[in-house]
Design a protein around this ligand. Structure first.
Ligand SMILES: [Zn+2]
Ligand SMILES: [Zn+2]
Length: 247
């Protein structure tokens, strides 16, 4: 056994590890947070998505990065592409909830790994100038102790060595939680919730906007609007998980 393995066994004696989702014992597994079975349940979203708006379009309908799909074609969108990484299934939901609401900050690492391993991110990151996390209102951030989108952005920054711009796009209103609102209510709730301190920082830049969960896309769209108004050349959204997203 290597030294690392001995340490693992020793740590397990004092801190037995359980899967954060199903609670089974992780025993000798090298996985630190979730068991192999739960890990398998984390499914990547299919490639049959519209690159422009991000919705699932099925394998037989084509979509073009510029034109979009039958749903978004001709529709003015503030962002240029949407890349959701995984489906917001039960396992990822547990991880995201523990990360955000139970403030288990260490989970950022496992969630980051899921993002940086994604094929489309690897392929398109060279076309990005800066990374911008979707901001939290300072009161919420103070309460949580961190901004989850910022931690995910830092993971992308560290891996791909791209600059990150924090606090330039910021939230001016502490909006009501979006979870229980309808799509229209969300759009109204989030309207004018963001502002930009120094637009020149975003001018002419190709921006990767990072968020944790995409539901209606209202937040991502409102942020993109501000970035485009600041003169951003393009805004590409990457979200860790997507629920029933409908542009
Ligand atoms: Zn499990
Ligand atoms: Zn589309």
């Amino acid at each position: 056994m290597a030294l690392g393995d001995y340490l693992h066994v020793l740590l397990d004696l004092f801190y037995p590890r359980y899967c954060l989702h199903c609670n089974c014992s992780l025993g000798n597994s090298h996985e630190c947070y979730i068991c192999e079975d739960c890990k398998k349940e984390i499914s990547h979203v299919s490639d049959t998505r519209c690159i422009r708006c991000g919705i699932s379009i099925g394998p037989y309908i084509s979509s073009d990065a510029k034109e979009g799909c039958i749903v978004c074609k001709g529709k003015p969108l503030y962002f240029d592409t949407v890349t959701p990484i995984v489906r917001y299934g039960s396992v990822i939901k547990t991880l995201v909830h523990k990360f955000k609401y139970a403030k288990q900050r260490f989970l950022a690492r496992i969630l980051n790994d899921i993002i940086i391993e994604h094929k489309r991110i690897k392929e398109s990151i060279s076309d990005i100038d800066i990374i911008v996390p979707v901001p939290l209102h300072w009161i919420k951030r103070l309460h949580r102790g961190f901004n989850q989108s910022e931690l995910l952005s830092l993971g992308i920054q560290r891996h791909f060595l791209k600059p990150i711009v924090r606090n330039n796009l910021y939230r001016i209103r502490n909006t009501e939680a979006q979870t229980l609102l309808s799509k229209t209510q969300r759009q109204i709730n989030i309207r004018n919730a963001f502002s930009v301190r120094r637009p020149e920082i975003f001018r002419g830049k190709r921006i990767l906007l990072v968020d944790d969960v995409l539901t209606t896309g209202a937040t991502a769209s409102e942020c993109s609007k501000k970035l485009k108004e600041s003169g951003a050349e393009s805004v590409h959204i990457v979200v860790l998980a997507t629920a029933e997203y409908n542009s």
